[in-house]
Ligand binder design. Structure first.
Ligand code: NAD
Ligand code: UFG
Length: 337
């Protein structure tokens, strides 16, 4: 089986490529490298012995897509490519809609023309919106999103749903990720954000490795166990395995939605303390104002993926911390050394 992985040079994509190759798939990666580094392919080879086929290009480039579909015998597509910085999406919304929404439209048009109608899409827990009760269940309606990034994910979910209604040959899985962290246990690949990290775990590990002075914890007056926000953090290798499981189930036509999370919420303070306990490295922090747009607490009801895909997150919080630290301490500057 040959899988086209858009955005396969990125954080979640690269871990998924490793698991796809390990399970016996042929992989073609399409990535424009706007948020990734081609060194990742050498690292994938170090882990698994081979590199995926790599096409440097953009999902919005129809000719490039047509050429991929006519060159390789693609069976299905896993679509990670897109922009993902929540704060930035409010500053440059058109770029977000261009990449995430228009890009997906071009991809689907090219797929339809090539008669490839199996797609897995990277969605997000953010589509449940601001007012959904926790834990989030797939049967809940999409809610009010608070930034263009979240809205772009909700729009694509709707577009793909309409597409499946119009043509029963399509089989689309919407995977709603919660908070992926960690890295491959080899320490060869991991999260390599450009500039100042927006997300908690890379910020913690960059403080630990001495690249940043201290962590600001955004808000300690939330109505949670210790006043800091709670999220459902899952190991990126579990998330990668979730794609492999979803791929084997793709023969069922129509739209299928799965939460990929652990089902447990953990606070920011619990994450910092766990990192320090597991690694023995100090992470200085101070409390700062709440960050705009943050919700106090959310986590997944992850039972549907377990029941229907046979998938559940199995890696522990300690593994998430150990693997994050192995990656960060072996590669203080990410793929640049
Ligand atoms: P990432 O930025 O590391 O990976 C995305 C990849 O897509 C990058 O390699 C980038 O170069 C590529 N890309 C972007 N626009 C492109 C385009 N127009 N054409 C071709 N390639 C393009 O991000 P990630 O964390 O691996 O996230 C992957 C997907 O999962 C994204 O769609 C993201 O929105 C979604 N997601 C991520 C999280 C998270 O916490 N990381 C949570 C929920 C959903
Ligand atoms: N946080 C800090 N300090 C930091 C960074 C984050 O205290 O320097 C806190 C945030 O305030 C939040 C928690 O850590 O309470 C987690 O923040 P992240 O930015 O790591 O993750 P989010 O839950 O805000 O967002 C992530 C992805 C989104 C996705 C969402 C739901 O970035 O793309 O999970 O899946 F939509």
């Amino acid at each position: 089986m040959t899988v086209l992985v858009t955005g396969g040079a990125g954080y979640i994509g690269s871990h998924t490529v490793v698991q796809l190759i390990a399970q016996g798939s042929q992989v073609v990666v399409l990535d424009n490298l706007c948020n990734s580094n081609p060194e990742v392919f050498n690292r994938i080879e170090d882990i698994i012995g081979v590199q995926p086929t790599f096409v440097e290009g953009d999902i919005r480039d129809r000719e490039c897509l047509d050429s991929i579909f006519s060159t390789y015998s693609i069976d299905s597509v896993i679509h990670f490519a897109g922009l993902k910085a929540v704060g930035e999406s409010s500053q440059i919304p058109l770029n977000y809609y261009q990449n995430n929404v228009h890009g997906t439209l071009v991809l689907c048009e090219a797929m339809a023309a090539a008669d490839v109608k199996k797609l897995i899409f990277s969605s997000s827990a953010t589509v449940y919106g601001e007012d959904a009760p926790v834990p989030y269940e797939e049967t809940m309606p999409r809610g009010k999103t608070s930034n263009p990034y979240g809205t772009s994910k909700a729009m694509v979910e709707q577009i793909l749903t309409d597409l499946c209604k119009s043509d029963p040959e399509w089989s689309v899985t919407l995977l709603r990720y919660f908070n992926p962290i960690g890295a491959h246990p080899s320490g060869c690949i991991g999260e390599d954000p450009k500039g100042i990290p927006n997300n908690l775990m890379p910020f913690i590990s960059q403080v630990a490795v001495g690249k940043r002075k201290e962590l600001s914890i955004f808000g300690n007056d939330y109505p949670t166990t210790d006043g800091t926000c709670e999220r459902d953090y899952l190991h990126v290798m579990d998330l990668a395995d979730g794609h492999v499981s979803a791929l084997s189930a793709l023969e069922y036509n129509g739209v299928h939605i799965y939460n990929l999370g652990t089902g447990n919420g953990l606070s920011v303070l619990a994450m910092v303390n766990s990192f320090m306990d597991v690694t023995g490295v100090d992470v200085p922090y101070s409390f700062a104002d709440r960050r705009d747009g943050d919700l106090p607490a959310f986590w997944a009801d992850a039972s549907k993926a377990e029941k229907e895909l046979g998938w559940s997150a199995t890696r522990t919080l300690d593994q998430m911390m150990e693997d994050t630290w192995r990656w960060q301490s072996n590669n203080p500057n990410g793929y640049d050394g």
